[in-house]
Design a protein around this ligand. Sequence first.
Ligand SMILES: O=P(O)(O)OC[C@H]1O[C@](O)(COP(=O)(O)O)[C@@H](O)[C@@H]1O
Ligand SMILES: [Mg+2]
Ligand SMILES: [Mg+2]
Length: 364
Amino acid sequence: MPLSQRWTLTRYLIEERRRFPNASGDLNALILDISLACKAIGRIVSFGVLGDSLAPEVTAAGGAVNVQGEVQKPLDVLSNEIFLRMNEWNGHLAGMASEEMETPHQIPGNYPRGKYLLTFDPLDGSSNIDVNVSVGSIFSILRAPQAVLDSGREVTVDDFLQPGTEQVAAGYAIYGPVTMLVLTVGNGVVGFTLNHNLGEFVLTHPNLRVPADTHEFAINSSNSRFWEPPVKRYVDECLAGKTGPRGRDFNMRWIASMVAEAHRILMRGGVFMYPRDTKDPSKSGRLRLLYEANPIGFVMEQAGGRASTGRQPVLGVKPSSLHQRIGLVFGSKNEVERIERYHHEPAEREPCNPLFAERSLFRD
Ligand SMILES: O=P(O)(O)OC[C@H]1O[C@](O)(COP(=O)(O)O)[C@@H](O)[C@@H]1O
Ligand SMILES: [Mg+2]
Ligand SMILES: [Mg+2]
């Protein structure tokens, strides 16, 4: 299709707004500012180590330990700054929360509070930066509580503790061979590709749908000895392939960059698992609910897929803290439902079928 016939992100948002004649346009403006932050981050990421001379702060920053107990890469810190600076003055936000900040970021100045809250993972999969594998940024937009708008008070952690079903919009940018922005405003999922000549995100994937069935799963199998029995059972059955109860062969992938896994699943189906396990009893999963699981979950559900903790829809979980971790399973609906079923079935099938335990690559 010629470029002239494709919508830009701006045009898409204008057309979306026509569906709501009374809308103020604030949400559109906020999404455009987020897209600008993503363009800026994507550009810096694409320079790799050559970026040092363009942005000296890339080398100067980082090395600190964030609230997750993880060492921040310089690009984690810089991407976080870009999100903050691109969004704090636009007037549409009451506050922001990020993987890289322990407490919510207050909007400076005494202006009336904006209507929305933004949570984000500024750079997802950042352990992959040094090896030139796709990384991304994940974002989620919530409504600010009425009490914040009425009083003009600063935002608190509690204001952000809303279940994923309350998200107004969510999405991610992926910085790979091509830079893409994937977005849902609760009306399906659309994908835009960055046209570097125009500096514009152009609508290239107008209706992304996750196939209900798949033959591909993704899990970090180095954690297999910590998995709970339902997860072990599911993976063992996949590995047993044609000779097992599933009667067909499966393929496995693990990129260690959730954004890249989510993108693959949106493009061709699959199931992703970072389930709750017994590795560290103080953590109920690896991924963070508010700025990883919920936005990716919203995208998946809007694309006809499913997102779950393994036991219940992840979007239904009422968060208990800003940086809460959670088990996460998402992707092709029939597979996610199967994994949920295994979690709900009585434990008599456990431990997993000895036939598969015998053959399993991942047995204890
Ligand atoms: O190293 P592991 O245990 O495989 O974990 C990989 C997971 O961690 C993450 O990198 C966490 O995100 P951050 O890079 O934003 O901390 C996910 O993208 C990915 O799925
Ligand atoms: Mg992440
Ligand atoms: Mg991150």
